[in-house]
Design a protein around this ligand. Structure first.
Ligand SMILES: C[S@@+](CC[C@H](N)C(=O)[O-])C[C@H]1O[C@@H](n2cnc3c(N)ncnc32)[C@H](O)[C@@H]1O
Length: 253
């Protein structure tokens, strides 16, 4: 299947869902609390915000101004913007369509750059390098990244994830890479398994039969649904071997 067609089907499958990847509010808040020296009204950039569940958590938990960016504006239009208006957070959240590879912001514009489940798109090292100039000295970068938790994952798990994300590394390798790219590590932790199975896969599991029925004669769409179900099975079976790791990093110069 062509890459463009795959993306189109994945966007269609996820459209309107409140989470587009693994994550949950307690984990967002845990990582935010580790950024102990943020100013009272921080400028925050959320990269690859998707439907913006974490953006809303950041807006509720701080007095900051948040810029939420994504390549596909339909994601933030159908969820984040509506909920932000309803909850009276819209004055502190602005949405901007932008490619994470080429973000249209001045250097040192942000006290905190945040990205949940999205840095894999440009690669961990690339993201940590390209986003660094946007962070003010003393500011923070928080990313969650798909990672190996053990050295010898089972074959079927290894095959799936190396096919879908060849750049996936161990937590330790990413921890060391961050430091070699000039970041100070404040800490890191595993995203809990329920942030996959309940917060992300829960609504997606309900969406799948609707997606299948709406695309009954489309072999590509059925293949995307099959792949999604297989990914869920792998997480249900092998969660000790892989997952997402939050890294809390600081720019000290
Ligand atoms: C797995 S989702 C994570 C979304 C959200 N942070 C969450 O945790 O629910 C990855 C997001 O990255 C966005 N994305 C894909 N390519 C991008 C790019 N080149 N620049 C900016 N965003 C991109 C997708 O549209 C999607 O919203």
């Amino acid at each position: 299947m062509q890459e463009e067609r795959l993306i189109e089907l994945l966007v269609n499958l996820h459209d309107g869902l409140s989470r587009l990847g693994p994550g949950n509010a307690p984990s967002t808040l845990r990582a935010l609390r580790m950024c102990r020296e943020l100013p009272a009204t921080p400028d925050i950039l959320d990269v690859g915000c998707g439907s913006g569940s974490q953006t809303l958590v950041l807006a509720s938990a701080t007095q900051g101004r948040i810029t939420a960016t994504d390549l596909f504006p339909s994601f933030f239009q159908t969820h984040l913007e509506k909920v932000a208006r309803k909850e009276g957070l819209d004055e502190r959240i602005r949405t901007v369509q932008a490619d994470m590879n080429d973000l249209p912001f001045d250097e040192e514009s942000f006290d905190l750059v945040w990205s949940e489940g999205a840095v894999y798109i440009m690669g961990f090292d690339n993201g940590l390098t390209k986003w660094r100039p946007l962070v003010r000295p003393g500011g923070y970068l928080v990313v969650s990244e798909a990672s190996w938790f053990t050295d010898n994952p089972p074959d079927e798990l290894w095959k799936f994830w190396t096919a879908h994300y060849p750049g996936m590394r161990s937590v330790q390798a990413n921890h060391e890479a961050a430091q070699s790219l000039g970041w100070t590590s404040i800490g890191h932790f595993h995203l809990p398994v329920e942030a996959w199975t309940i917060d992300y896969y829960g609504p997606l599991r309900e969406r799948l039969p609707i997606f299948r029925a709406a695309n009954a004669n489309d072999a590509d769409a059925q293949a995307v649904a099959d792949m999604t179900e297989y990914e869920m099975y792998l997480m249900d079976t092998y969660s000790e071997h892989f997952g997402y790791e939050f890294h809390i990093l600081r720019r000290n110069d």
